[in-house]
Design a protein around this ligand. Structure first.
Ligand SMILES: Nc1ncnc2c1ncn2[C@@H]1O[C@H](COP(=O)(O)OP(=O)(O)O)[C@@H](O)[C@H]1O
Ligand SMILES: [Mg+2]
Length: 351
């Protein structure tokens, strides 16, 4: 039965009395013992499992002593209680074969749970970061409202205005954070739906910049250029605008000087025809060691700042949903340069 040894999961088979008949190669590796030395020993000795409370798992759920209707145990996260693999987390499931009411064979499959554990830990960290990010602006809101309520008559109109302005901007911050988080969750769950249509990229960029100028940015800071002819670009217009908006907003807030946005046609080997969008600024740029991290969730240079730290994570998610790529480097003249490649895409009704 070499088939057992080709299985990626560990498998232990025990006979009617609970003595091990075989342990496959993956199982022996996971438990740190030789497959041959397991044979003939009690299954609980070879695979000594404990649950999260440290209780002997097999003592709680002895397959040979349980109800006659039980046919197995669903997958569970358990820990090796002793032996060479002590402390190792395993995902364990088992099946019992019965004959005349007695268990005549026990088959246990198990695999390492390190990657699942890591995912669970990342999830927990994300939740704690989110809670922290939401709590800090709320602490400000609470502080100011408490002061206003307790000392309304002693506070001058000017002080009231300052506090209300702070409350207002903290509320905006929470709203921004929540809408970014919704985007992040759509990206992570791969639920991002693209509504593809023919998009005039230079026009989208011009509109984003016009919006910023209308909101008070100086027009002279922006230099927009484009090379014609671009291929027919089938993109999600709103998401492209969000992407450009995020990159230009970063150049404004984290960069300095003039902000150049360029759109040009390119052909990438494998991905075919498309457009290259670059956004550069004349600020401090992004250091080599930061480049690997800026696209991760909640990463901000030097801690706090006014942003959510989710912008570039979302930008990368939007670009990748379009089948594109994004890179960052420092142009020779200094500053930061983000280069996005977007493949031309196809009409949604074409397969
Ligand atoms: N153009 C830029 N120049 C310098 N640093 C930048 C630039 N764009 C992004 N960064 C750095 O990358 C970090 C992450 O950006 P982002 O995900 O958009 O978060 P946020 O803008 O909310 O801080 C920023 O906090 C900043 O430190
Ligand atoms: Mg940003």
């Amino acid at each position: 039965m070499e088939l057992y040894d080709d299985l990626p999961d560990g498998v232990l088979v025990a006979g009617p009395g609970g003595l091990v008949l075989r342990l496959n190669t993956a199982g022996a590796r996971l438990l740190g013992i030789g497959a041959a030395e397991a044979i003939g020993r009690s299954f609980g000795d070879v695979l000594p499992l404990v649950d999260s409370a440290g209780r002997d798992w097999w003592a709680c759920t002895d397959p040979y002593a349980g109800l006659a209707i039980r046919t197995g145990q669903p997958e569970r996260l358990l820990e090796v209680g002793k032996g060479p693999a002590e402390g190792c987390q395993l995902l364990v499931a088992s099946r019992f074969r019965r004959a005349g009411g007695r268990v005549v064979r026990l088959v246990v499959s198990f695999r390492g749970a390190a990657s699942r554990e890591r995912a669970a830990r990342e999830q927990a960290e994300l939740i704690s970061t989110v809670a922290h990010e939401i709590r800090s602006p709320l602490t400000g809101v609470k502080g100011f409202t408490a002061t206003l309520l307790a000392r309304w008559d002693q506070v001058s109109d000017e002080q009231k205005r300052i506090m209300l302005t702070a409350i207002n901007s903290d509320a905006d911050r929470v709203t921004r954070l929540l809408s970014d988080l919704l985007d992040v969750s759509r990206i992570d769950a791969r639920r991002l739906v693209l509504r593809r249509q023919v998009v005039n990229l230079p026009e989208v960029v011009a509109r984003v910049i016009a919006g910023l100028v209308a909101a008070g940015e100086t027009e002279e800071r922006f230099v927009l250029s484009s090379t014609a002819p671009l291929p027919e670009m089938w993109l999600d217009q709103d998401k492209v605008a969000q992407m450009v908006g995020n990159l230009v907003d970063n150049a404004l807030r984290h960069g300095a000087g003039r902000i150049c946005v360029d759109v040009a046609p390119v052909t990438v080997p494998e991905a075919g025809r498309g457009a290259r969008l670059t956004v550069c600024d004349e600020g401090p740029g992004i250091g080599l060691e930061a480049r690997a991290r800026i696209f991760t969730r909640f990463w901000r240079a030097g801690g706090a700042g006014n942003g959510t730290g989710l912008g570039l994570y979302i930008v990368r998610g939007l670009v990748e949903a379009h089948g594109g790529t994004i890179e960052v480097d420092d142009p020779p003249a200094g500053g930061a340069r983000f280069t996005v490649f977007l493949p031309a895409g196809r009409p949604p009704y074409e397969v």
